[in-house]
Ligand binder design. Structure first.
Ligand SMILES: [Zn+2]
Ligand SMILES: [Zn+2]
Length: 481
C-alpha cells in the first residue's frame, strides 16, 4: 500500500521519525509521498526524502501560504520540478475555510502552479476546503487534456465528485471516511475504484480506531478497509488496485528504469504518455472503464489470412502483369511490451503456406512466407473497453519457392483495434489488425524465364515484386504483476 499524502516532515514526528517509518514499512507501506506546504520547509522535506528510497515529495505552495509565493519562490519550484524524487506539484489549491490569504491571490498562485505542472508534465496534488466552485472552474479552464490531478482528502459532495471525474480527477480518501458521522459513504460508493488513492494526511485525520491519536502512515490500511467495505471488495483487492493507481499516477514504477534505457522512444512518445482519457467522453463511459491495471508484457497467438499481390516484369521490355493470391492462412506468435499507455511495441512471427497452384516454370510464387516483424503501436484511447491503434515498423520476410530461399526487408503499416477483458489471472486482449508489408526491393530471378502466361516470348529474365496484406486476429495475455 502507498500513503499518497502524509506530512511526515511535520515537527510532530521530529522525536520519533525513524520509529514511525519502521512501523509504516512493517505494516506493508511500500511508499510515502510528502506534499510540500511552505518554502521554509522545502529543505527539511528534501533531506527526509533523500534518507529513504521509499519516500517521495511534491513541490509547491499550500494556499495558506499563498502570500509567500514570490516570483523567486515560483522560479525555485519550477527548478525543483525536475529534481529527483519530486513526483508532483503540490499540495496546491484553495482554502476558504481558514482564509489565511486573500482569495484572489490564492487563485492566482494556484493557476501559476498548475501551469508549472503542465510544463513539467507532473501530476498535481490539490487541496480544496470550502472552495469547490472556484477549484472546479479553474481546473476546467486549465484542463487541456494534459493536466493530471488528485483531489486529496476528498470531502465534497457527489455533485462536485461527478464534475471532478469528468475533468479527469483522481480522488484520494483519508481517515475522515471512517468517522461515525461521516457523510462520505455515498460519495465513496460513486467513485470508480480505479480513480481512488488512499492517504493518511498525517499527522491529522486519524482513522478509527485510532482517532484521537496522532496519525501516521502505518494507519493507512484503515482507510483502505473502509473503501473495501463500501465497494464490497476484499481489502487485498483495494490495496493492490489503489497501489497500482498511485504507482501509475505518480510514476513510481519500474517505468523509470525502462525510461532510461529507451530515452529516445520515450521522448517521442512523451506527448502521448501524459495525455489523459479524452475529456469529451461522457461520465457513464468513464465509470465503466474496466482496466485499472497498467499492462506491461503480453504474450499472444494469432490466426488470419495473408494476401500476396505480385507483379512480374520482363526486364527486357519492361512489360508487367499482376496477379494475387488471396486468403492464404497464417499463424503466428506475438510478444508485446507497453512502454506507456499510448505506446506499445510488438514483435511477432507469422508463418503462412500457399497451397494454391504454383506454376514453377512460368511464374513461381513462394510456397511459404515467414514474417519476422517489429512494430510500434500508437494507441488513441488506452484503457477503454475497445481501443484503436495505428502501427508502423519493419519486417524481415523469408520466402521459399521450392528450393529457392529469398529474404526481403520491408516497411509495414497497420490499423487495428483491441478489447480489454479483465480476468483474475490478468488482462486478455483480443485484437484485430489489418497490416500491410511493402518490401523495399523486388526479387530478381536470373533463372526465371518470362512464361507463356504473360504472352511474352520465353527465355527473358524477370523481376518479381510483391506486397502483402495480412488480416490478423489474435489474443494476448498480459499477466498481472
Ligand atoms: Zn490538504
Ligand atoms: Zn496535506
Amino acid at each position: 500500500m502507498i500513503d499518497t499524502h502524509a506530512h511526515i516532515d511535520s515537527e510532530q514526528f521530529d522525536d520519533d521519525r525513524a520509529e514511525m517509518l519502521e512501523r509504516a514499512w512493517a505494516a506493508g507501506v511500500e511508499a510515502i509521498i510528502i506534499p510540500a506546504i511552505a518554502p521554509s520547509g522545502f529543505e527539511k522535506l528534501q533531506a527526509i526524502v533523500e534518507s529513504d528510497k521509499r519516500i517521495f515529495r511534491g513541490v509547491g505552495i499550500h494556499p495558506h501560504n499563498a502570500t509567500e509565493a514570490t516570483d523567486e519562490i515560483l522560479e525555485q519550484i519550477e527548478q525543483d520540478a525536475t529534481s529527483k524524487r519530486v513526483v508532483a506539484i503540490g499540495e496546491i489549491g484553495l482554502d476558504y475555510y481558514y482564509d489565511f490569504a486573500p482569495k484572489n491571490l490564492q487563485k492566482e498562485i494556484f493557476r501559476k502552479q498548475l501551469r508549472i505542472a503542465k510544463r513539467h508534465k507532473l501530476p498535481v496534488i490539490i487541496h480544496n476546503r470550502e472552495s469547490d466552485d472556484d477549484i472546479l472552474s479553474i481546473l476546467d479552464d486549465e484542463q487541456d487534456g494534459s493536466l493530471e490531478f488528485v483531489l486529496h482528502c476528498f470531502s465534497s459532495s457527489s455533485e462536485v465528485l461527478e464534475r471532478a471525474l469528468e475533468l479527469g480527477a483522481h480522488i484520494s480518501f483519508t481517515g475522515n471516511i471512517t468517522y461515525k458521522k461521516s457523510t462520505l459513504a455515498d460519495v465513496l460508493s460513486r467513485t470508480p475504484i480505479e480513480r481512488i488513492m488512499i492517504e493518511t494526511d498525517s499527522p491529522y485525520m486519524t482513522p478509527v480506531p485510532n482517532r484521537g491519536k496522532r496519525n501516521e502512515p502505518s494507519f493507512v490500511g484503515f482507510v483502505a478497509q473502509k473503501i473495501a467495505d463500501i465497494h464490497t471488495l476484499t481489502i487485498e483487492k483495494v490495496l493492490s488496485m489503489t497501489s497500482q493507481t498511485a504507482r501509475n499516477f505518480f510514476r513510481l514504477s519500474l517505468g523509470i528504469t525502462f525510461a532510461s534505457i529507451l530515452t529516445v522512444a520515450m521522448s517521442s512518445a512523451s506527448f502521448a504518455q501524459r495525455e489523459r482519457d479524452n475529456r469529451e467522453t461522457d461520465i457513464e463511459e468513464e465509470v465503466e472503464v474496466v482496466n485499472p491495471y497498467s499492462r506491461t508484457f503480453g504474450l499472444g497467438v494469432m490466426m488470419g489470412t495473408n494476401t500476396v499481390v505480385e507483379s512480374i516484369e520482363c526486364i527486357a521490355d519492361g512489360k508487367r502483369q499482376s496477379r494475387s493470391y488471396e486468403g492464404i492462412l497464417l499463424y503466428g506468435l506475438a510478444l508485446e511490451y507497453c512502454l506507456t499507455d499510448h505506446v506499445q511495441f510488438e514483435g511477432s512471427y507469422v508463418y503462412s503456406v500457399n497451397n494454391k497452384i504454383v506454376d514453377e516454370k512460368t511464374w513461381p510464387t513462394p510456397n511459404t512466407h515467414q514474417f519476422i516483424t517489429l512494430s510500434a503501436r500508437f494507441v488513441a484511447n488506452p484503457r477503454k473497453p475497445i481501443c484503436f491503434f495505428a502501427a508502423v515498423g519493419s519486417s524481415i520476410i523469408l520466402n521459399r519457392i521450392f528450393d529457392t530461399h529469398t529474404t526481403q526487408n520491408s516497411f509495414n503499416f497497420g490499423l487495428g483495434l483491441y478489447g480489454n477483458i479483465n480476468t483474475s489471472f490478468g488482462i486478455l486482449v483480443p485484437t484485430a489488425e489489418l497490416k500491410f508489408d511493402f518490401p523495399f526491393s523486388s526479387n530478381q530471378y536470373p533463372d526465371l524465364k518470362c512464361g507463356t502466361s504473360l504472352e511474352y516470348p520465353n527465355g527473358l529474365p524477370a523481376n518479381i515484386s510483391r506486397f502483402y496484406s495480412l488480416v490478423r486476429f489474435g489474443v494476448q495475455w498480459y499477466p498481472k504483476f
